[in-house]
Design a protein around this ligand. Structure first.
Ligand code: PAP
Length: 344
């Protein structure tokens, strides 16, 4: 399969990307996956369970056992291109929104945000931009070669688990988004809760507080990117969900500048920024037919409408006691003290 995909890549005319991943994915599956290759490595790692979800401690972070082998392959075999953009986040912190925005700005040459045939009007953002863990866990990384440049990909891995070719090669750009941890817990609970039998909101809350929720400890996750963004602001952009809610246009401009695709004066005058913001807005995305039906995701197919719940800041107040909120705030304050990072 890898050879076939590579051969197809070699014969495919290079178009200007990004193009939706779904449009190049022929649905083929490889004969062998990294799961078999790295099963010994996985079984040797410390293990925890959150309901039926098996988590393994890999290089300091609790990853779903399913994604560890793919992560190893990603670390060892990923070949970045200079204009790749990797979108990173802890789960439920604004991934879907960032994917939509990044795709909309990067593809605006071929697809103006107002055009009726825009890919984001027929595809969920997760079907436009591949999820690295899914692609590598499925042994489907050759499909990434089929994507014309610039490629957009996303990951939930912390910065320290990205391949060295990405972090020290100075090669591609990384955009990170995170959000207030209390709202993250609430969003996780609504999203993952239905597929994790017997899991209570308190269980989810405790797993985040003790650092064992998927891709956690979340504060370490956030700090890996925060420090990288301070050290390499030209290579790592750090965004907060709440800032995007407060001023989406300003943050879309930041995103385009960082991606080396700033809006021209003509685009500004024509209202392109507002058009991108509107296309990717919560209400517009939630209202699209494609996002009301079907599923996205290879390992677990999540109902597309579950990616669009409330889209606000502060919903934690409807789910947590003041004591729980204070406990998580104290943890965040303690972990982020002296780093310059706050969520106020
Ligand atoms: P993922 O990690 O599974 O991809 P992710 O997109 O990070 O999920 O998180 C979903 C959250 O982003 C949801 O938040 P909520 O549960 O607090 O409501 C979802 O509503 C929100 N979201 C999705 N799309 C948008 C959007 N276009 N604008 C604002 N918020 C959004």
């Amino acid at each position: 399969m890898a050879a076939a995909a590579a051969a197809a890549a070699a014969s495919t005319p290079v178009k200007s990307g990004p193009v939706p991943f779904k449009d190049i994915d022929d649905g083929s599956v490889p004969e062998h996956t990294p799961k078999e290759e790295f099963s010994d490595l996985v079984t040797g790692l410390p293990c925890r369970h959150l309901s039926i979800s098996e988590l393994r401690l890999y290089q300091g972070f609790w990853l779903s056992a399913h994604w560890v082998p793919g992560t190893v392959v990603f670390q060892r075999r990923f070949t970045p291109r200079p204009d790749d953009v990797i979108l990173a986040s802890p789960p439920k912190c604004g991934t879907t929104w960032l994917k939509a925005l990044a795709f909309a700005v990067a593809a605006r040459g071929a697809y103006p945000p107002t055009c009726a045939g825009h890919p984001l009007r027929r595809l969920n953002p997760h079907d436009c931009i591949p999820f690295i863990e899914d692609v590598f866990a499925g042994g489907e990384e050759a499909k990434l070669d089929l994507l014309p440049s610039p490629r957009l990909m996303n990951t939930h891995l912390p910065y320290t688990l990205l391949p060295e070719t990405v972090t020290s090669g100075g090669c591609c750009r990384v955009v990170y988004i995170c959000r207030d941890l209390k709202d993250m817990v609430v969003s996780m609970w609504h999203f993952f809760g239905p597929s994790l039998p017997g899991l209570s909101f308190d269980d989810m809350f405790e797993s985040v507080c003790d650092g064992t929720a998927g891709f956690g400890p979340v504060w370490d996750h956030v700090l890996t990117y925060w420090r990288a963004s301070v050290a390499h602001p030209d290579r790592v952009l750090f965004l907060k969900y709440e800032d995007l809610l407060r001023d989406p246009a300003h943050n879309v401009r930041r995103l385009t500048k960082f991606m080396a695709q700033p809006f021209s004066a003509a685009e500004e005058a024509a209202g392109a920024v507002a058009a991108v913001v509107e296309l990717c807005s919560f209400d517009n995305m939630k209202g699209l037919e494609v996002n009301k039906t079907g599923t996205s995701g290879a390992y677990v197919g999540y109902a597309r409408d579950s990616f669009f719940r409330k889209g606000i800041a502060g919903d934690w107040a409807n789910h947590m006691t003041p004591e729980m909120a204070a406990r998580l705030d104290d943890i965040a304050r303690d972990k982020f003290r002296g780093t310059g990072l706050t969520f106020t």
